[in-house]
Design a protein around this ligand. Structure first.
Ligand code: ADP
Length: 398
């Protein structure tokens, strides 16, 4: 069976086609600026040259129509007809407390996705638009949803409750959910294979360090804790998100900078983090380069970043009562050897020692720990699309 994986954002659609007989990727691509003048589609068929198509598209349905045209194109397509696609897997950010695993989409599932609009206003509405666009064009195949929050639903109240009046949890669902679940799931399973131990016997700390960043502590096959919370704003310092701060700063700055709640939301999500602190960029490559040339703010930003990650490593080792491995993944975790080295420096008390030479790698599955490190340190490129394709295939063929 061939499976189409779709990740619809507010103005973008990412897609991949998998042949599930060997889990190979037949093609992948991205439609950018959907609904905004200047739409373009970048299509990368495996083994053929990439194709860029520029065509203004008013909405996600027209965007998906163009994707379908490209997929069956005799020259650069990867299938003869859309009938070859046996199921479609959709990434959806928020499944609330209702879903701890992937499900076939029906009216109830769509209602749950909609019910989460107010707690995931930037993500769930476009995710649902993508689902409805695909369902209208492919009504006769199963559509499956894979939630970013699902893997973290194994957290216990000790880690998902905030110390707020209990009724805000009951009335408004204010609790910690966690995100990037599909990535933490994938890399932690790969890590267990690299450790050569059953997954259920492992204590794993995963570090998904991209522009958005989160960590998870996993024990007995369950997420014990994760760093993102009610929204992706909590936790680590990210490209443009502040991560953990004293909540009093929010209302103090709303007064001082005369911001309403939506302006404050954008301030802490889009103007803060490494961008706000360094004044250089949200991209760690630029900040590393600036720090090397003596830019003090870039140096401080990096020091704050490392400090925060180290703090979570210590926190999670305490919560897991030990740790078999750290796993670095996503744009920063997979590619930035100097950041991995700084994060792991001076942690030998916790049994963490990195080997600078082995660590000099990018985007490969490899153990970069020193021979005498008690904790293994893995670099594992994430593959959320493969998890979505596998879940979709499994549910569609059940
Ligand atoms: P997201 O999916 O959250 O948008 P990614 O996981 O794709 O992010 O990561 C993108 C980020 O990875 C970039 O913003 C950049 O900071 C970082 N990055 C990529 N390559 C490197 C590198 N060689 N060194 C440092 N940072 C890198």
């Amino acid at each position: 069976m061939k499976v189409l994986v779709v990740n619809a954002g507010s103005s973008s659609i990412k897609y991949q086609v998998f042949d599930m007989t060997d889990e190979s990727v037949l093609a992948k691509g991205l439609v950018d600026r959907v609904g905004i003048p200047g739409t373009s589609l970048k299509h990368e068929p495996t083994g053929k040259d990439e194709v860029i198509i520029k065509k203004d598209l008013p909405d996600h349905t027209e965007g998906m129509k163009l994707v379908f045209e490209v997929l069956v194109n005799p020259e650069y397509g990867c299938i003869k007809s859309m009938d070859e696609i046996g199921a479609v897997g959709h990434r959806v950010v928020h499944g609330g407390e209702e879903f701890a695993s992937s499900v076939v989409i029906d009216d109830h599932v769509k209602k749950v996705i909609k019910d989460c609009f107010d707690i995931a206003p930037l993500h769930n509405p476009p995710n649902l638009m993508g689902i409805e666009a695909c369902q209208s064009l492919m009504p006769n195949v199963p559509h499956v949803v894979v939630f970013d929050t699902a893997f973290h639903q194994t957290m216990e109240a000790a880690n998902y409750m905030y110390a707020l009046p209990y009724d805000v949890y009951e009335k408004f669902r204010v609790r910690r959910y966690g995100f990037h679940g599909t990535s933490h799931f994938y890399v932690s399973h790969r890590a267990a294979e690299m450790l050569g131990k059953p997954y259920e016997d492992c204590k794993i700390i995963t570090l998904h360090l991209g522009n958005g960043a989160s960590m998870a502590a996993i024990k007995g096959g369950k997420v014990v804790d994760t760093s993102m919370g009610f929204t992706p704003l909590e936790g680590l310092v990210m490209g443009t998100r502040s991560g953990d701060i004293d909540p009093a700063i929010v209302f103090y700055l709303m007064d001082k900078l005369e911001m309403n709640s939506s302006e404050a939301n954008s301030y802490f999500n889009k103007k803060s983090g490494m961008l706000g602190l360094s004044g250089v960029s949200n991209d760690l490559r630029d900040i590393l380069a600036a720090a090397k040339t003596g830019n003090t703010r870039a140096q401080i930003a990096l020091a704050v970043y490392y400090n925060k990650v180290k703090g979570y490593i210590g926190n999670y080792i305490a919560k897991l009562n030990g740790c078999d491995c750290l796993v670095f993944t996503a744009g920063v975790g997979e590619n930035a050897a100097d950041i991995r080295e700084s994060v792991c420096s001076d942690l030998d008390y916790l049994g963490i020692k990195i080997d600078a030479e082995k660590n000099n790698v990018r985007g490969k599955e490899v153990d970069v720990a020193a021979a005498d490190s008690k904790v293994r340190i893995f670099v594992i490129p994430t593959n959320e699309e493969l998890v979505i394709a596998r879940d979709t295939f499994q549910l569609a063929t059940k």
